[in-house]
Design a protein around this ligand. Structure first.
Ligand code: F6R
Length: 607
């Protein structure tokens, strides 16, 4: 959702701000703007629509070397030029950009209006700008500090003032901020992607922290002005990883990166010979984890689907009762957390508002909390007791692909790590790890036949309703396949456990309906073949995902996309790949904006 960039140094700020805003585009936005400070004072330019609209209204050659920029995803007020950030105070000397939501903005607006302040926008952010303007008495940092004492809600924010042309003041409460440390310059951003072109040395702001940033100084304090010293950390992501590198879309690139991303995810974590999984992030809590009586996995969207795959893995390998909860439901339903309950939050971004709220609830109720997260230093990663990073690299396409397989892989690693400490024999663990280690090359083999998925997409992309069916470990894959298709191609698709079809959805099946059935070898193969017959009897068009060598299925399915054989608990890592490819090609064929589907944002940081 909204994005923040700020620059203070010796170079011209505008090119850095505009490039940073473009790097943040993937998060989703509907307007953008910049504020510059220099000898001529404060100037602001903003525009609804794409960043190209902003480029029409700013001076691209402006000399100022201090500025802030913002991409806005409307929450308070329509996506108009006026509501776009930055927002200035009435004096026109202070400008604010802000991610998050100020909950007491109504009360503060009324208070300020009584003092004669005239507002120009409908946003909560202007309240912040006006409040800082009222409190400003020659010290921007102090004015921001005082203003934030009056604020309830969440924010990642940056403020500049015409009277302090060398200073950006930033603060964080629940919405990420990172400061890139360069040579005589600092770059502030809400997302590492906006900084990487300039530096990989960064300082993560913690919640309740403020930064006063000048070209050669970065002063960090708490909101109460106590000094803090956060380490300078290195971002492991490279610039190549956030660029298209010759691919048409990030989604395609990220699908094809999976053999490499999964290899990185596994690197140094498995030892087949000894049948051991090494997870440094869990060492300190391993004893408590082994004693866990119940595991709750939580997340949203694709991460929730990965958690469902995790449920099968945990119950099979760890033999501990495991439940999966939508984070948005968990947070509001007075969850029962006993002694011995472990809550594992799954998230690519580590910034999803519902997942963070669920985690907070779990922490407050005394659960041991773990994070399965991709973005290093994200809010979720900081708010858990322990965790395991995915290490699959940045995911830019809005539709989650390599993060899904990374999440499932990490959950498989955790399941084996715990299983081995409980009752799994070394031989069983070795067998499991051996299968896991083969996954990257097996994914590569599926991707080598990507054209077959394209043929399926071509045949059915004009159909407006699809069904996805799976059983057991592959039931979550059916849900994920349907989500991928609907979110990027706008085709209505439903995923179901195959046997559920008979209890209602079978009424939908006509000759017009493509039905994707995951029918890989395993304990439920015969059952799923029966489901295929039921679909065929009603004229449905079956697209089967089957195990290589299965010739029977070709006799009853219209199309078969083959995947290599693996053990049942790991099949989702393979069966999900053709479904990602079908969704991708269907969206391209329908002329959809694959990487930025309508109404969607990469990280959903509001409720
Ligand atoms: C779908 C998708 C979303 C996310 C969900 C959670 O392709 O990307 O459903 O999975 O919004 O996001 P994270 O994983 O960042 O918490």
């Amino acid at each position: 959702m909204c994005g923040i960039i700020g620059y203070v140094g010796s170079r011209a700020a505008v090119p850095i701000l505009v490039e940073g805003l473009k790097r943040l585009e993937y998060r989703g936005y509907d307007s953008s703007g910049v504020a510059l400070v220099g000898s001529g004072g404060l100037s602001i330019a903003k525009a609804a629509g794409r960043i190209s609209a902003l480029e029409q209204v700013i001076d691209l050659d402006a000399p100022q070397s201090l500025g802030i920029g913002h991409t806005r995803w409307a929450t308070h007020g329509a996506p108009t030029d006026i509501n776009a950030h930055p927002h200035a105070d009435s004096s026109g000397r202070i400008a604010v950009i802000h991610n998050g939501i100020i909950e007491n903005d109504r009360a503060l607006r009324t208070y300020l209006e009584r003092k004669g302040v005239v507002f120009t926008s409908e946003t909560d952010t202007e309240v912040l700008a006006q409040l800082i303007g009222q409190l400003y008495d020659g010290d921007l940092e102090q004015a921001v500090r005082e203003a934030l004492r009056e604020i309830t809600g969440t924010y990642g924010m940056a403020v500049v003032c015409a009277d302090e042309p060398n200073v950006i003041v930033a603060a964080r409460q629940g919405s990420p901020l990172i400061v890139g440390v360069g040579k005589n310059e600092h770059i502030l951003a809400s997302d590492a992607a906006a900084i990487l072109a300039h530096t990989t040395q960064v300082v993560f702001l913690g919640d309740g922290q403020m930064a006063r940033i000048t070209p050669d100084d970065l002063k960090l304090t708490t909101l109460d002005a106590m000094p803090v010293a956060n380490d300078v950390e290195k971002i492991e992501w490279s610039l190549d990883e956030i660029e298209l590198a010759g691919y048409d879309h990030f989604m395609k690139k990220e699908i094809h990166e999976q053999p490499a991303s999964l290899e990185t995810c596994l690197r140094g974590r498995v030892d087949t010979r000894e049948g051991v999984v090494h997870l440094g992030g869990l060492v300190d809590c391993a004893r408590d984890l082994v004693r866990a009586k119940r595991i709750i996995l939580t997340g949203c969207g694709t991460a929730w689907h990965a958690a469902l795959v995790g449920e099968y893995l945990f119950e099979e390998l760890v033999r501990v009762p495991t439940e999966v909860e939508y984070a948005s439901e968990f947070r509001y339903r007075n969850p029962i957390i006993d002694d011995g309950t472990v809550v594992i939050a799954v998230s690519q971004s580590g910034e999803t508002a519902d997942t963070l709220a669920a985690l907070k609830e779990a922490n407050q109720r005394g659960a041991l909390t773990l994070g399965v997260v991709n973005v290093v230093g994200s809010t979720l990663a900081r708010a858990t007791d322990a965790g395991v990073y995915l290490h699959v690299g940045p995911e830019i396409g809005v539709a989650s692909t390599k993060a899904f397989t990374g999440q499932v892989t990490v959950l498989a690693l955790i399941a084996c790590y715990l299983g081995r400490r409980k009752h799994m024999s070394p031989a069983a663990a070795s067998q499991f790890i051996d299968a896991l280690e083969k996954i990257p090359e097996q994914v590569a083999a599926i991707l080598a036949q990507a054209d077959k998925a394209e043929v399926v997409a071509e045949a059915y992309c004009k159909k407006d309703n699809w069904l996805y069916l799976g059983r057991g470990n592959n039931y979550p894959v059916a849900l994920e396949g349907a989500l991928k298709l609907k979110e990027i191609s706008y085709i209505h698709a439903e995923g179901l456990p195959a046997a559920e079809m008979k209890h209602g959805p079978i009424a939908l099946i006509t000759e017009a309906m493509p039905v994707v059935v995951i029918a890989t070898a395993g304990s439920q193969y015969q059952k799923i073949m029966n489901n295929i017959s039921e679909v065929r009897t009603r004229g449905g068009r079956v697209i089967a995902i089957a195990t290589e060598g299965d010739r029977e299925i070709a006799k009853i399915a219209e199309h078969v996309l083959y995947v290599p054989d693996t053990i049942e608990p790991l099949q989702p890592l393979l069966t999900s790949i053709p479904l990602q490819l079908i969704a991708y090609h269907a969206a391209v064929l329908r002329g959809c904006n694959v990487d930025k589907p309508r109404n969607l944002a990469k990280s959903v940081t509001v409720e």
